[in-house]
Design a protein around this ligand. Structure first.
Ligand code: GLN
Length: 498
């Protein structure tokens, strides 16, 4: 039998309710795994005392016959971009961190400690989840490999010489490595879907507005979305149910109740029509990835789904459009880290206020964040605004319309999540453009604000230069179409296993 920690989320919560396993045992088990796998660098902070206290509270409630939440006793890890009252929030950046002697953020005093929980975090706590710690990430969620973390990259459990993807690297590794049953990440342009694909797990980018962004440190506010990772589709659906829904603290969170995500996983896939955009099978796509993705689509067709081509003509502009819109928004959002309101403080006797401002940013931000602030400031500046930012907004509309038109004919669109499987750490660090191009299949859905999921669909063939590596199938649905996504994803999971 699987160790309790490896059970799907619903089965684990049921086992806790029944008393087959205590929340305290689960918390200890997760902490033990995190220690055993510390070389994967998945966590920036482990919440040892708080998680044991939360587990004791679940066990007390059970002993006294009080009602338990739907995630009672389930160990969940949280990306370090989400505010938590019981652990520092560093966003993988030195600017929010006071370092210990080993250069890493240490105890609670070593990083910025927000006075509030993000809404998604508060909802997990209310559901009884055990928040085991904060996970490693590309600094301010900017990156696709985890290598922009100020604290060293997380490593792919399938092959630790390879990237787990990014920016939600640690959240994917924590789940793929069995250190947590599920985790939260954030996806601005693919940061949940791509690491899920590269680590062989499930990752959901909900529709923009499906999950509150309150307490998510902002990168690009018109794109950022919080979402879950899990090892199976149903587990991801359960976590999505817990975190979804309107929030008076985030006016962009839609005033819609959460859907029936668990129920959607059990529905018949046959009536759903699947669209396949040829633009997503273009040059640069790894042949093994293409083969696995096409095989998953063929299996859906054998199940009775109508599969037909769709046209997403502006796909090609996605990378350029995203890297203008996202950097423009980032340059505005990151202006708050000025060393006065947020950020590392330089001793006043060492600098004038003006120098202090410059020195703080220099000592605090890594190269990629600085590159993006510069790029974003440039595209918004007088004289360039119309040529770059305004043009990008216009193309964003065209990309959204492509999806609107395609969804007239199909329910769900199926594509590869990433053009390649996990690449080697170090392979693209010196070439930001090559790194940006790897986001080609995830960015358009972010620009359109629609729902997406990455679900495992097998592995590449082992070769002399690389082992068998996980491949992710990306499914996209219209805004608030998460239920359809989950129906198809659950079918893909079942067919891949058979
Ligand atoms: N890789 C993309 C970027 O670097 C997306 C990041 C994200 O989704 N947070 O911006």
């Amino acid at each position: 039998m699987a160790a309790p920690l490896d059970l799907p989320v619903a089965a684990l919560a049921a086992a806790v309710k029944k008393g087959d396993v205590s929340a305290t045992e689960l918390a200890r088990g997760a902490l033990e795994r995190i220690r055993e796998k510390s070389a994967l660098n998945a966590f920036l902070h482990v919440s040892e005392a708080p998680v044991l206290a939360a587990a004791a509270e679940v066990d007390r409630k059970r002993a006294q016959g009080e009602p338990l939440g739907p995630l009672a006793g389930v160990p969940i890890a949280v990306k370090d971009a989400l505010c938590t009252t019981d652990a520092p929030t560093t966003c993988g950046s030195r600017i929010l961190t006071r370092r210990g002697p080993d250069g890493r953020p240490g105890g609670a005093a070593a990083g910025w400690c927000p006075p509030y929980d993000a809404t998604a975090v508060a909802r997990l706590r209310a559901a009884g989840a055990l928040l085991v710690g904060k996970t490693n990430m590309d600094e301010f969620a900017m990156g696709s490999s985890g290598e922009n973390s100020a604290f060293g990259p997380a490593k792919n459990p399938v092959d630790p010489t390879r990237t787990p993807g990014g920016s939600s690297s640690g959240s994917a590794v924590a789940v793929a490595g069995g250190m947590a049953s599920a985790s939260l990440g954030s996806d601005t342009g693919g940061s949940i879907r791509q690491p899920a694909a590269l680590c062989g797990i499930v990752g959901i980018k909900p529709t923009y507005g499906r999950v509150s962004r309150y307490g998510l440190v902002a990168f690009a506010s018109s794109l950022d979305q919080v979402g879950p990772f899990a090892r199976d589709v149903r587990s991801a659906a359960h976590v999505l149910s817990a975190i979804s829904g309107a929030d008076p603290r985030d006016s962009t969170a839609a005033a819609l109740p959460a859907g029936d995500y668990a129920g959607a996983c059990e529905r018949d896939v046959k009536p759903l029509r699947i669209g396949v955009p040829e633009e997503y099978f273009a040059e640069g796509l790894d042949p093994d990835v293409a083969e696995r993705v096409r095989a998953a689509i063929a299996a859906l067709e054998r199940e009775g789904c109508a599969v037909r081509p769709v046209k997403l003509a502006h796909t090609h502009y996605g990378v350029a459009t995203y890297y203008i819109v996202a950097t423009a928004e980032a340059s505005s959002n990151l202006a708050r880290f000025d060393g006065v309101r947020f950020g590392l403080r330089i001793e006043p006797e060492r600098a004038s206020l003006v120098q202090m401002y410059g020195a703080t940013r220099d000592a605090g931000f890594g190269a990629e964040v600085k590159r993006r602030i510069l790029l974003g400031t440039y595209v918004l500046s007088a004289g360039y605004y119309d040529a770059y930012y305004k043009k990008a907004q216009q193309v964003r509309t065209l990309i959204r319309r492509d999806f609107d038109d395609a969804f007239e004919d199909v329910d769900v669109i199926a594509t590869p999540t990433s053009p390649t499987p996990a690449f080697r750490l170090g392979e693209k660090v010196d070439d930001p453009l090559a790194m940006y191009l790897g986001d080609v299949y995830t960015l358009p859905a972010s620009l359109a604000g629609i729902a997406g999921i990455s679900v495992p669909c097998g592995t590449t063939k082992a070769r002399a230069d690389r082992p068998a590596l996980p491949v992710g199938l990306q499914l996209l649905a219209p805004a608030f179409g998460e239920e359809k996504l989950l129906t198809v994803a659950a079918a893909v999971e079942r067919l891949a296993a058979s």
